[in-house]
Design a protein around this ligand. Structure first.
Ligand code: MSP
Length: 508
């Protein structure tokens, strides 16, 4: 049994979760379910990022104690993951006591190694992004933050720095020797290009308490708290037991894949591996940066008022429709444009028509002609099915391992559509009329078995719908959850049709 450790970013608790946040976790959940299907032992970590001035200010504005605010906000994410059927193994909060201890320990180790040092800093600071900028960097934006465009503050202070620059050559070498370290390729090139064309500045890892009070205390200087990003990145090792549970840590580290959005690539593909290197720990095997969901070509944001609310969407369309749409519509590494018409189109054509209808009409025939009991007989797999089954056997695991969700779905649908065509061409009602009963039973059995196989492959994507498929087919759900079950079997079905799997929506 292999182990598989996967992580998602920790979500900031200052804003309500939107469909963009859901995307990362739905992708991660799909991969985790697939790995379990394959027989791997999986550790899936997600959680919330709770420190920083931004969060403190919002709690203050709401006239709430910060503890009350972060507890409630982090609970919101937990609830959302429940609604989205996210099968995480551990939910970490950066305010967890054990995480704070790990962060302090790391700072002490790096300080002792002289990878952390104190120095004077002069420059510009964006309170909102908690980021430092040089004069040159803000020149183009005429004194505003290059990221959020808010006004920056000029500051002069003493602070603690982490020696990123010391490890730049190592990171370049690591990238060159491991072309799969950052995926997809476009992001790999972006990171390598950045490292080749820039000299890394050391990273300021503290904020003076007079400016930012909500953070983990710096271990040996009580005037400072630790910078949120430095603290938050460490969740990936603290969540796996680093420092307090060596056995657990040895089992899980390095992470096999870390999912992030493309906007936080630098932190994960530059700062993070360097932090690990400085700690003499292995880098993660893969950093995978997915694209952005936009609305009408614009980034989703509260200020633009174009946030797509996951709760409303699920109520309107069902969870599996959303999960399917997000992973089918665009390749995981690219940007997508969210639109209701595209969603309705997928829901009606792929889910209600192709899959839902195939199941419904197959069960209908099984009940009508055989009272729900369908035997395998001694006939071969229909020749129309063979190439599709072979293709899926060849490609599914490979594509899933490469996080090519949309390709997998596209191939599964090729098989679904061949089955639909099979129904139309074979004309079962004629077989019935002409009393070709054996042939009819073989025909219906083939459809049910084909649908069962499709169910195994689809389980990581749309687990609720697949549960219903298996139940209607009369097979035990738990017994199907293994990739080995994608083989053609010869076991009788005893089916029971329920209401259609997916509803149809009006195109307005
Ligand atoms: N707290 C940091 C991450 C720290 S990880 C140690 C953070 N949080 S976030 O809440 O702003 O974003 C979390 C994730 O949501 C990021 O991967 C981000 O890319 C993703 N998304 C936020 N909006 C998104 C879209 N509109 N579309 C797709 N994903 C986007 O960054």
């Amino acid at each position: 049994m292999s182990k598989f450790y996967l992580t998602t970013p920790l979500y900031y608790v200052n804003a309500s979760p939107h469909i963009g946040h859901c995307y990362t976790n739905i992708g991660a959940d799909t991969l985790a379910r697939f790995k379990r299907l394959k027989g791997d032992e999986v550790f899936f970590l997600t959680g919330t990022d709770e420190y920083g001035e931004k969060i403190y200010k919002i709690a203050h504005q709401n006239k709430e104690s910060i503890k009350f605010f972060v507890d409630r906000a982090s609970e919101k994410f937990k609830n959302l993951w429940k609604i989205l059927n996210i099968s995480y193994d551990f939910f970490i909060r950066t305010t967890d006591e054990f995480h704070q201890q790990v962060v302090k320990k790391v700072v002490s180790i790096l300080f002792e190694k002289q990878d952390i040092y104190k120095a004077k800093y002069e420059g510009f600071y964006c309170i909102f992004c908690e980021a430092f900028w040089s004069k040159a960097q803000i020149k183009e934006t005429e004194g505003s933050c290059p990221d959020c465009k808010r006004k920056v503050e000029e500051i002069k202070e003493e602070n603690y720095f982490f020696k990123l620059s010391r490890y730049q050559d190592w990171l370049k070498r690591h990238l060159k020797n491991n072309p799969g370290f950052v995926k997809p390729k476009i992001r790999y090139n972006e990171v390598l290009g950045f490292l080749e064309n820039n000299t890394l500045n050391d990273l300021c890892i503290c904020r003076p308490k007079k400016r930012v009070s909500w953070g983990i205390d710096f271990p040996f200087d009580s005037d400072y708290v630790i910078y949120v990003w430095f603290d938050a990145l460490l969740n990936y090792i603290s969540g796996a037991g680093f420092f307090y549970c060596e056995e657990k840590f040895k089992k899980w580290w390095p992470a096999d894949i870390q999912f992030i959005g493309k906007d936080i690539l630098r932190q994960h593909a530059v700062i993070w591996p360097i932090m690990l290197r400085a700690l003499d720990l292995e880098p993660p095997r893969v950093i995978f940066a997915h694209g952005w969901w936009k609305v009408g070509e614009e980034k989703m944001s509260k200020s633009k008022g174009n946030i797509v609310d996951p709760y409303n969407l699920i109520k309107e369309f069902s969870l599996d429709t959303i999960r399917y749409f997000l992973l089918r519509e665009v390749p995981f590494g690219l940007d997508g444009n969210f639109s209701y018409s595209a969603l309705i189109n997928r829901a009606n054509s792929d889910l209600a028509n192709d899959l839902g209808n195939l199941l419904y009409r197959s069960l209908n025939m099984a009940e009508k002609y055989f009272l729900g009991k369908v035997n395998p007989l001694k006939k071969d797999i229909p020749e129309e099915f063979l190439p599709l089954i072979e293709e899926l056997k060849e490609s599914y695991v490979k594509n899933m391992d490469n996080v090519e969700f949309h390709t997998c779905l596209e191939r599964i649908w090729r098989f679904i559509n061949v089955m639909n065509k099979f129904v139309e061409e074979k004309k079962p009602w004629v077989m019935w009329r002409e009393k070709r009963i054996d042939e009819l039973e073989w025909f219906i059995y083939s459809l049910l078995e084909g649908i069962r196989i499709v169910g195994v492959y689809l389980y990581p994507f749309i687990p609720n719908a697949v549960n219903s498929i298996f139940t209607q087919l009369g097979v035990k759900v738990n017994e199907q959850l293994s990739i080995k079950k994608s083989e053609w079997q010869r076991e009788a079905f005893c089916v029971k049709k329920e209401k259609p799997l997916f509803p149809r929506f009006n195109v307005s």
